[in-house]
Ligand binder design. Structure first.
Ligand code: FE
Length: 360
């Protein structure tokens, strides 16, 4: 009997320890190793966010949200795929209420892994257009970017450019710069072509680009722009915000590179320029679901959208929010007309095509 009592006490002690650990709303800032606690805060006054973004302006917006609602935003920063991994590992015990990352293809992955849940909010649905959110409302775009062509002003005339497809033309042999197919942005780009033009056309496009590559894919979007300035090639495919960031960079070398380039929105007479989003979803096991919804409602509001998009030279998703001056100077453009859920649905096929055509 005594032995049983002892075991019982040990179990009770362990359970108490476990519960107190779970009840502690402690989160860490993975990028800086900071630890923040919310002692004295009720669980109902917080929302916990896992994010791959790293902008001061995001934190300023979270502060504005806290001021407005009394809800504190705890931020854990990390690399996208590691955060997905972590959500998977933590399962029901996760403290994350929201997961925020770049690219619809990646958000689709989180959804497919069962990490997100559907949200029904009239405010969100009014703020964010249909095609920029998941078909089941499991994730929502918050900022928009276009994948465009940049070109060497001194070697290419704008009149030579038209579509993504035209980049496979013989005249661009050894002149095209584009990053690896392992990158989600290129996977989503090809996924959009599968949707709009069919698998066969998408494959011959990928094949044609491989044939015209100035070099084997290496580096990120900024590196493609730098390679143009270095004379390795004449045109590159990059996301708009990289170009915006380079033009406004604190690094004078990046500014110098960007100033030699011009931006072109392809496919304006045909299917439109490829757009993607960075966005977020409420986690499957969110403990503060209502607060998470309130934060999305706030971040998608007209007032927040302006600052939110500007922080990274992106476009707001809320059509009522004004675009920044730089982006306005690039002019309006026609976007691909597809629901971004398709980028996720076609991702596996896109990856297969890249492998088949030997796009490194
Ligand atoms: Fe990026």
């Amino acid at each position: 009997m005594k032995k049983r009592l002892l075991i019982g006490l040990i179990l009770l002690f362990t359970a108490t320890l476990f519960l107190s650990a779970c009840g502690n709303t402690e989160t860490e800032d993975a990028s800086e190793g900071k630890t923040e606690t919310n002692e004295g805060k009720e669980e109902s006054d917080v929302v916990n966010l896992y994010t791959s973004r790293h902008y001061d302006s995001d934190n300023e917006l979270f502060s504005a949200f806290t001021e407005k609602t009394g809800i504190k935003v705890n931020v854990v920063q990390g690399e996208s795929d590691q955060l997905i991994e972590r959500l998977n590992r933590e399962g029901e015990t996760t403290k994350a209420d929201l997961f925020f990352t770049a690219d619809a293809g990646r958000l689709y992955r989180a959804k497919e892994a069962g990490l997100l849940q559907s949200i029904d909010s009239t405010i969100i649905n009014e703020n964010i257009p249909d095609k920029l959110r998941d078909a089941d409302n499991q994730w929502f775009g918050l900022t928009k970017r276009a994948r465009v062509i940049v070109y060497a002003k001194d070697r290419v005339d704008e009149s030579e450019l038209s579509t993504y497809e035209a980049l496979t033309d013989e005249k661009w042999e050894d002149r095209v710069l584009i990053r690896s197919s392992e990158n989600i942005y290129n996977q989503s780009l090809l996924a959009s072509f599968i949707e709009l033009n069919g698998s066969e056309d998408a494959k011959s496009w990928a094949n044609g680009i491989v044939e015209n590559m100035a070099r084997e894919p290496q580096g990120g979007d900024r590196d493609q722009a730098k390679a143009i300035a270095a004379g390795e090639g004449d045109i590159a495919v990059v996301n708009t915000y990289y170009f915006g960031n380079m033009l406004n960079s604190a690094d004078p070398e990046e500014v110098k590179v960007a100033e030699q380039l011009s931006l072109f929105f392809p496919n304006q007479e045909t299917t439109g320029t490829h757009v993607n989003i960075s966005g977020l979803g409420v986690t499957k096991h969110a403990k503060n679901k209502e607060n998470a919804i309130k934060l999305i409602e706030f971040l998608s509001s007209e007032e927040a959208q302006v600052r939110f998009a500007e922080a990274n030279y992106e476009y707001p998703v809320n059509p009522n929010a004004k675009t920044s001056e730089l982006l306005q100077s690039w002019g309006e453009f026609k976007e691909q007309d597809i629901n971004l859920t398709k980028l996720g649905e076609n991702n596996a096929e896109a990856v297969m095509i890249f492998n088949e055509v030997g796009w490194k």
